[in-house]
Design a binder for this molecule. Structure first.
Ligand SMILES: [Fe+2]
Length: 296
């Protein structure tokens, strides 16, 4: 095995965002290779692999080294628009006929919520462990994905704020994140499906024991707090957590695969020319239990 993992920016961020070389992850892995990648994820939070020519099948097979896959059915309920299989989240600007979505398209406007900092599936009772995003077609410019190290965000809070955060429980929903960009075009069924779920604000990583802030634009309330006070508090925390020194901005090449640990990072997408095609396929490894159960 010649797999090697190095920090992408050894000067500014030696412990966050690694680049992996010396391995073809589109073919079946040995137990040792899978364990080395999982250990790299624990250390770096984000791993970048280049030149991995995945199909949906091989991407799912690679992803299953790290746990069960989430169903990609947490978006809008227009199943007739579904372009990909049930385990592949369609992170594209394409319709079922592979045409670029119109500017006013409801799915496109909803998907603009990914421009806000978030952690995938924090609006599910059992939120995601890893997300794995494969770049199939990329635009000529823009469309970076940015990642923030939520362990560093926690470590650098002052003791008073840490003590204030520690017991808090937030409520997460896609209704809250979309409200921030002025999107409210939901059916009654979607509003029911997107009912808020509770998540601890501070979580401890099950493998490393490191604490991190568990934040997302999906977090809209803090249990027991007045809403405006909660939102102002959460906004301050997100500002702290997303200072440039904690952020890695990934500029995509075709066939990159980027894997991130949603328990230790936040991420957001960056704009690109919406007339161009951007076709990314995401698999998502489910977490083991809710953050409420984790803390108990
Ligand atoms: Fe995301």
């Amino acid at each position: 095995m010649t797999l090697s993992i190095k920090p992408i920016d050894p000067v500014s961020r030696p412990f966050f965002a690694g680049e992996v070389s010396g391995i073809d992850i589109t073919r079946p892995l040995t137990k040792e290779e899978a364990a080395a990648i999982e250990a790299g994820m624990d250390q770096y939070g984000v791993l970048v692999f280049h030149d991995q020519h995945f199909t949906d099948e091989t991407q799912m097979a690679f992803s299953r080294n790290f746990g069960e896959l989430e169903l990609a059915t947490n978006n809008l309920r227009d199943t007739k628009e579904q372009r990909l299989g049930v385990h592949i989240a369609d992170i594209s600007n394409l319709d079922a006929n592979n045409n670029v979505l119109a500017r006013e398209n409801r799915r496109r406007l909803f998907s603009l919520g990914t421009r806000l900092w978030h952690s995938d599936s924090s609006f599910k009772v059992v939120p995601a462990k890893f997300s794995l995003l494969s770049a199939r077609i990329i635009p000529s410019a823009g469309g970076n994905t940015e990642f923030a190290d939520m362990r560093a965000a926690w470590d650098t809070l002052d003791e008073e704020t840490k003590a204030e955060c520690e017991p808090l429980v937030c409520e997460h929903s896609q209704l809250y994140s979309r409200a921030q960009i002025g999107f409210g075009d939901f059916t009654d069924e979607e509003r029911r499906a997107f009912a808020p779920v509770q998540q601890r604000l501070v979580r401890t990583h099950p493998s490393t024991g490191r604490k991190s802030l568990y934040l997302a634009s999906h977090a809209g309330t803090i249990v027991g707090w007045p809403v405006p006070e909660a939102r102002a508090f959460l906004r301050d925390l997100i500002e702290h957590a997303t200072q440039r020194k904690f952020v890695y901005s990934h500029k995509w090449s075709q066939w990159d695969l980027v894997v991130w640990d949603n328990r230790a990072t936040m991420h957001r997408s960056r704009p690109f020319n919406s007339a161009e095609v951007r076709d990314m396929h995401r698999t998502t490894v489910a977490g083991q239990r809710s953050t409420m159960a984790e803390a108990a």
